[in-house]
Design a protein around this ligand. Structure first.
Ligand SMILES: Cc1ncc(COP(=O)(O)O)c(C=O)c1O
Length: 428
């Protein structure tokens, strides 16, 4: 058989070719995107694998089924304990998106069914699409009136606006949904005040707490919330696990119907291994929280101080004051840059990071969060979210600060090169 040819030229036979040069050791990557997904905790990964070795449907009555059920219920108890709830207040889901959809749609439908006048859905302007989208759908398809509540320049809910909306039509609000901490800026919302205002009108409050448990004490009982959502992959469990915590006695219409699992609120054969991963990751986060929060805060301070020197016109969006935001998250805008250019340039230099913009159908969309905070679109284009977490170190931040000036420079050149040429003067 003749030797294979490439571009028409005979190639040496495999045994005659020199051995391939050893691949260069990959430079260590810096992962600064924990808010998008945290690395799986080794103990959570091990717990999932061990649970996967179990055979049996947790709804089956035989010994295998009972063993699966036991592990499921132990996991539920652990999730409940960490999040200040009772086990029967935990509705296990496939993640934060499902929990948010279930809360918004399920609370609305249940309230409206009991009292048709309750048709208003009040959400903050900076909610995750997992809340905004189902709320818009209720308005488009089920006669809800969607009220989007403004935030201030730091991204904190305008409580006076909430109070005014509750007063505007007493007895008409079906629910309020305000997130615990924002996924782009890390800003914490004034939930105690939100609950107090809503309580006075008999309105349940749901909070998307997906970004919180890694560094914040999340306690359903103490919060006064009717419901809150969590997601496993933000705390070191695998993607695909989460929960809606629903205060006992709160009515909720299920979205997924079938065999009546999760007390009829979320049917589907129980994902025992995922529940185990969620429980182990949440418990580990709880155990680490006291040391982790100040450690991350110090890293973020290092980042912000360094960024102010490296790129003096960078602007922090949000609120880095102690207690005002998640300690490891910072949103910066870099004038004259495009977020996607920053993302790709940093990625090429070994740094994984997010931009504040979402690319949908090829078009770069400005972050709705920054827009709600009053950031001009042109500035919001150059948004960069740094989210530090369990694996982050001072060396990671140093590396980011080292590459930031040339990356910003290159992103500015790229945007300037793409800018439409100034219109030629008429008649020339
Ligand atoms: C605030 C917030 N809510 C909801 C979600 C959705 O969670 P999941 O990815 O588990 O569906 C995310 C994930 O990015 C989030 O950050």
């Amino acid at each position: 058989m003749s030797a294979s040819t490439r571009a028409g030229r005979p190639q040496p036979r495999a045994e005659l070719r020199p051995p391939p040069a050893p691949a260069p050791a990959p430079a260590a990557r810096v992962y600064a995107d924990h808010a998008a997904s945290a690395p799986v905790l080794p103990e959570a990964g091990r717990a999932v694998l061990e649970a996967l070795a179990l055979t049996g449907n947790a709804s089956s009555a035989h010994a295998e089924g009972r063993a699966a059920r036991r592990l499921l219920e132990e996991s539920r108890e652990e999730v409940a304990r960490v999040l200040g709830a009772r086990p029967d207040e935990v509705v296990l889901t496939s993640g934060g998106t499902e929990a948010d959809n279930l809360a918004v749609t399920g609370l609305y439908r249940a309230r409206r069914a009991r009292d048709p006048r309750r048709r208003r859905v009040l959400v903050s302007a900076v909610e995750h699409p997992a809340v905004l989208d189902p709320a818009r759908r209720l308005a488009a398809a089920e006669g809800a009136e969607l009220v989007v509540l403004p935030v201030d320049a730091r991204g904190r809910l305008d409580l006076a606006a909430l109070a005014a909306e509750l007063e505007r039509e007493p007895g008409a609000a079906a629910l309020v949904s305000v997130m615990w901490a924002n996924n782009e800026t890390g800003v914490l919302q004034p939930l105690r005040e939100v609950v107090a205002l809503a309580d006075a009108h008999g309105v349940p409050v749901h909070s998307d707490a997906v970004q919180a448990p890694a560094t914040q004490a999340v306690d359903l009982g103490a919060s006064g919330l009717a419901a809150l959502s969590v997601s496993g992959h933000k705390v070191g469990a695998p993607v695909g696990t989460g929960a809606l915590l629903l205060r006992r006695g709160e009515a909720l219409e299920p979205l997924v119907r079938g065999g009546g699992h999760e007390r009829g609120l979320r049917s589907g054969t129980s994902a025992v291994a995922m529940a185990r991963g969620l429980a182990v990751a949440l418990a580990a986060a709880e155990g680490r929280r006291e040391t982790e929060a100040p450690r991350l805060r110090a890293l973020r301070d290092q980042l912000l101080t360094g960024a102010a020197q490296a790129v003096p016109d960078a602007v922090l969006r949000g609120d880095a004051r102690e207690g005002a935001s998640l300690p490891g998250t910072a949103m910066l805008t870099l004038p004259g840059c495009d977020g996607d250019a920053l993302l790709y340039l940093l990625d090429a230099r070994g740094i994984a990071i997010s931009t504040g913009s979402a690319c949908s159908a090829g078009a770069l969309e400005t972050s709705h969060v920054l827009r709600a905070m009053g950031v001009p679109d042109d500035d919001a284009r150059g948004a960069l979210r740094v989210s530090l977490g369990r694996t982050s170190s001072p060396a990671d931040v140093e590396r980011l600060l080292e590459v930031l000036p040339p990356v910003v420079e290159a992103a500015r050149r790229a945007r300037a090169a793409c800018a439409p040429a100034a219109a030629a003067p008429a008649g020339v």
